[in-house]
Write a protein that binds this ligand. Sequence first.
Ligand code: NA7
Length: 537
Amino acid sequence: MSQPQSAMHDFDAVVVGAGISGLYALHRLREKGLRVRVIEAGTGVGGTWYWNRYPGARTDSQSEVYQYWFSDELLAEWNWSERFPPQAETERYLNHVADRFDLRRDISFETRVTAATWDEATAGWRIATDRGETLSAQFFLMCTGGLSTPVFPPYPGRETFKGELYHTAKWPRTPVEFAGKRVGVIGTAATGIQVIQTIAEKVGAMTVFQRTPNYTIPMRNPKHDDATRAAVKARYPQMRHRVHDTFAGFENDFQPKAFAELSNEERVRILEDLWADGSLNFWIGSFREVFTEPEVNEFISEFVRNKIRARIHSPAVAEKLVPTTYGFGTRRVPLETKFYEAFNRDNVKLVDLNETPIESITATGVQTSAGHIELDMLIFATGFDAGTGALTGVDIRGRTGQSLKELWSKGLRSTLGMQVHGYPNLFMTMAPMSPAAAFCNVPTCSQQQVDWIADAIMYTREHGAAIDPTAEFEDKWVAHHDEVANMTLVPKTNSWYMGANIAGKERRLLAYAGGVNNYRIACDDVKQKNFEGFKVA
Ligand code: NA7
């Protein structure tokens, strides 16, 4: 398989990250006969499921679609214990995959890539790590995840806090004790919700600091018995194809009938059925118009508001927890279990930061405009520098010497969310301008992207040394991305989808909103036309 240029490089491909994408990339490229090295900052595999080990962490995707499809043996032997598995189980699964396919021998742990520079002379990348090594590789894959650079809000005084301080995405591996403690949680989105509902009954007292309330869906999470598992596994042969044909990479898709064609009773019946399903199907399996038509969105938003309101005892607290300033589904919809019931407890207090903002973190707690709150522990569930954070965190310099960070500071751009013009042989997964950046069940898009990248690499090795999208093709993809984004209601709402959670970040929809299905067709089309739009030389 070796091409002449291979001899010049330490590896055919260096992959950064041993999460869902990186592990699969290693397996797939090794299968193709490539010499691959994965570089991982953690001590183990798992990516998101390695770092986010906070109490209550679990997938919001059904286990049967949150897995790899590439091995029939793996599918047959692995048994999920429940519909939405906890973090530890998904981490165990990814460790099992690493062992089963003997992946660890090609992974360097506890190592961070700090810089990568394109070298025209050798048509490859020089990759530097924090251990002082420099590796060379023909292809460079950033499988660093869309949500992997945690952020702390810029409140002054965080370093002065004398109690226990955690970010959910850097949760310690050692047990954390909650009993009798006064705990503060900042952040009430997907992560904060999981933490709050899990520890409310364990802590002495909890103060929840909320800036924006979220629409949520109650999770129905039965344990799998043998009969359920057998029934689910019987669907695998169809499901492995089906997930690539739906809008969001799940098994379910939008309703076949338009909202306008239905009576109010029919609409409500459909919504009630989806609500009872207890999954994200209420979002990505209901009416597609939820994303584009304000009236449909308001109908569904009001349905959810009433469901939430009914569970909260205090009308004043309900007023704070029910979203009214934006529409359902225009930011990530978390699943929850007894989240609202936490606020019916005597030991849980909600602080609305719109009314009483945080002024500072002190040695003993949090100072808000309404007074000081004494705390033993402060948990930040404050999210990530999504999409771009991990990619601009490495000093990646392409053909002109310009870093990706500098390039993107002038405006985000990418080709199919997998390459960037001027950065030949650099590939990215879960990156901006693909559905994978936000609107996709991660393993579906991760596998589709890795498969496409593997094919692009093999094509390049057959036809030259380097692949680079043309500026014209990239312009077209960026324009298409923006056009689709602006047809939806998503840009009207502040969220990490829009870069709005990071001060100074460009306000631009990170993920391609045209659907996982249509995106896959676009990628396949490029491949079938021998990578039209890309220069291979
Ligand atoms: P998110 O979705 O970015 O949520 C972060 C939360 O932290 C959210 O409630 C934020 O409020 C809050 N936040 C952020 N900055 C501040 C400041 N300065 N003050 C107070 N509160 C703040 O991160 P998650 O970890 O929950 O979820 C990330 C993804 O992981 C999720 O979408 C799933 O795909 C899995 P805001 O809403 O910005 O007002």
